[in-house]
Design a protein around this ligand. Structure first.
Ligand code: FO1
Length: 320
């Protein structure tokens, strides 16, 4: 069994590779819901949907989110009504949000609705929201304390980030099965997602940080920073505005309390000895997931490194 902590697009690409090298039923994905938002009275869970559509083979290849070939008639009609439409919801995508919102109003939990969606989309990988409680991430910027999607989409990640506010996640309880899937697994992987707005919210949910520290399984992270740049999104800029260096080494340092294995790109090979010296097993491989083969290779390299740690004298977790 493998447990993955995941955000949106980067995580989804990695999971495509993982589900091709490990039976998908043996993978549990704990997905960030700090990005969840309400638009037009509907509950949107962008990271859950990005992972769902990707594993179902339906995701838009151009954007990495939404459905390939979707139309935007409903959004245009809403625009005609004078409604703000900066968050682009496609017509087929809207069906997912209509379904989820109706089920939540019927008192179904977000976990149950996610399970139903997985079944309907034929996704065998187990997707679990980090929490069934609302846990919206907010971003403190010079322009104010903003809901995540306002910073991310409306303002195009342009404002400087002074602080990421995860106080709602800190009050949230993990969804059913989340801590168990961390404690009873053969390996935990932090997908190559933004450490602050994707993995950070998951780690902030009550009990998850402790579960990751205490699990007997090896814990690996894949750097989302390659050659000082983010694979996708604002992680590098965010690191700089939070006073960190945008580098794989800074990501390793940020996660070091949790990790046994750190997977980083060949472009950053010169940083590996320094990271190894801090007690982490480092894997230097290609982390740029530009083909199906590249995604599978990254998944294989991560699993192999976790197995080596698991079966090495002392095993995983001795340093944590
Ligand atoms: N990202 C954008 O940059 N612009 C959008 O209009 C947008 C719409 C959208 C609709 C549904 C969905 O599931 C995701 C969507 N995303 C959009 C992606 C999303 O905002 C971010 O990628 C994540 O929240 C960050 O992980």
């Amino acid at each position: 069994m493998i447990t993955v902590l995941a955000g949106g697009v980067g995580a989804a690409r990695f999971l495509e590779g993982l589900a091709a090298v490990v039976p998908p039923e043996e993978i549990t994905v704990i997905v960030n819901t700090g990005d969840d938002a309400q638009f037009h009275g509907l509950h949107i869970s962008p990271d859950l949907d990005t992972v769902l559509y990707t594993l179902a083979g339906l995701v838009s290849r151009e954007t990495g989110w939404g459905i390939e070939g979707d139309s935007f008639y409903a959004l245009s009609a809403l625009q005609r009504l004078g409604v703000e439409t900066w968050f682009r919801l496609g017509d087929q995508d809207l069906a997912t949000h209509l379904y989820r919102t109706r089920r939540l109003r019927e008192s179904a939990s977000l976990s149950l609705v996610t399970q139903e969606l997985c079944r309907r989309f034929g996704v065998l990988t187990r997707l679990v929201p980090m929490s069934d409680d609302p846990a919206p991430t907010r971003v403190q910027t010079p322009e104010g304390n903003l809901p995540l999607q306002e910073y991310f989409v409306k303002l195009k990640q342009e404002p400087e980030v002074l602080r990421v506010d995860l106080s709602a996640a800190a009050l949230a309880h993990p969804a059913e099965g989340v801590t168990e899937s961390i404690m009873r697994t053969d390996g935990v992987i932090f997908a190559p997602s933004n450490p602050f707005i994707s993995i950070g919210p998951i780690l902030s949910v009550q009990g998850i940080r402790e579960a990751i520290r205490n699990t007997p399984a090896p814990v690996a992270a894949i750097s989302p920073i390659v050659g000082g740049k983010a694979l996708k999104g604002p992680a590098a800029r965010m690191m700089r505005s939070l006073g960190l260096t945008a580098s794989a080494a800074a990501v390793a340092e940020y996660y070091k309390d949790f990790l046994d294995v750190f997977v980083m790109d060949v472009q950053d090979a010169e940083l590996a000895p320094g990271i190894e010296a801090s007690g982490l097993k480092t894997v230097v491989t290609s982390t740029v997931m530009d083909s199906a083969e590249a995604k599978k290779n990254l998944a294989r390299a991560t699993i192999e490194a976790m197995q080596e740690v698991r079966y090495s004298p002392g095993g995983a977790g001795k340093e944590r």
